[in-house]
Design a protein. Structure first.
Length: 260
């Protein structure tokens, strides 16, 4: 079984890619929406939430856990890998492909404050962005919009313009999405950017890495049942909407609210 968790519903963008690659695997997804967003929390608070959710998933027989949250990856992945025996896959800032592919030499990154402060992001920046200029934008308020099921419309576009226009004005031709909630805003971002930016979503690469580890460790569903369970620590309304946009036949019994 593959366990996945995020601060909220954003990691469903990662589940989408994982499910597309491995539809016969069993998935349990946890959205910690009662404690969302993680971006403004202290690192020790995020580690504590990540620990509890990982314990829950391991008790549900998770063979591998995908930390489908950039902020949780930045704050907690080292702790999780040192305290649990199952493999963990985290979110990688997609700065490398952006830097390689950029023609202008200017790359935008849209992320949470917690991600920008993280060691993983800073190391990636040092390693791969030496020859490009990076424009950082903290997307305050975007996670909350997605959590409330708002992925398009005037309110979404108004806030995105505040973050996207300075990146375009700076001459960037690539925009790295540094939060798993943001892929649900790609249509709105593209409408604002009007072909000025190529949006880079790291979720497909993370899913491929997870598949590689699953193959290497021979983690295969014995039943080949393709069971998908979605759990929220708050409510499931937005989760249901996003999941059913991807898989319309997902049944009510596949969703639950739990206190983790």
């Amino acid at each position: 079984m593959i366990g996945i968790f995020d601060s909220g519903v954003g990691g469903i963008s990662v589940w989408k890619e994982l499910y597309g690659l491995m539809p016969n695997q069993d998935f349990v997804y946890v959205a910690d929406s009662a404690h969302c967003p993680y971006g403004r929390k202290r690192a020790d608070e995020i580690v504590e939430r990540a620990k509890k959710i990982s314990e829950f998933l391991i008790n549900k027989n998770a063979d591998i856990i995908v930390v489908a949250c950039n902020t949780a990856t930045a704050a907690a992945i080292k702790y999780l890998r040192s305290h649990f025996s199952v493999p963990f896959v985290g979110m990688e800032p997609a700065i490398k492909p952006a830097a390689i592919e950029s023609e202008s030499g200017i790359v935008g990154v849209l992320a949470t404050a917690g991600t920008f402060k993280g060691e993983l992001y800073l190391n990636t920046l040092t390693k791969f962005a030496a020859n490009v200029k990076v424009i950082e934008q903290t997307g305050d308020g975007l996670v909350e919009l997605v959590e409330n099921g708002k992925t398009y419309g005037h309110e979404v576009e108004l806030l995105l313009q505040k973050y996207i226009n300075p990146v375009i004005d700076a001459g960037a031709d690539k925009l790295v999405l540094g939060c798993t909630h943001y892929p649900f805003l790609i249509d709105a971002i593209n409408k604002i950017a009007n072909d000025a930016l190529t949006v880079i979503n790291p979720a497909p690469a993370v899913a491929l890495q997870a598949q590689k580890i699953i193959d290497e460790n021979k983690i295969k569903s014995s039943k080949n049942s393709g069971t998908n369970i979605f759990i929220s620590t708050a409510n499931t309304a937005t989760m249901k909407m996003l999941v059913r946009n991807i898989k319309p036949d997902m049944e009510e019994q596949n969703f639950a609210v739990m206190n983790i």
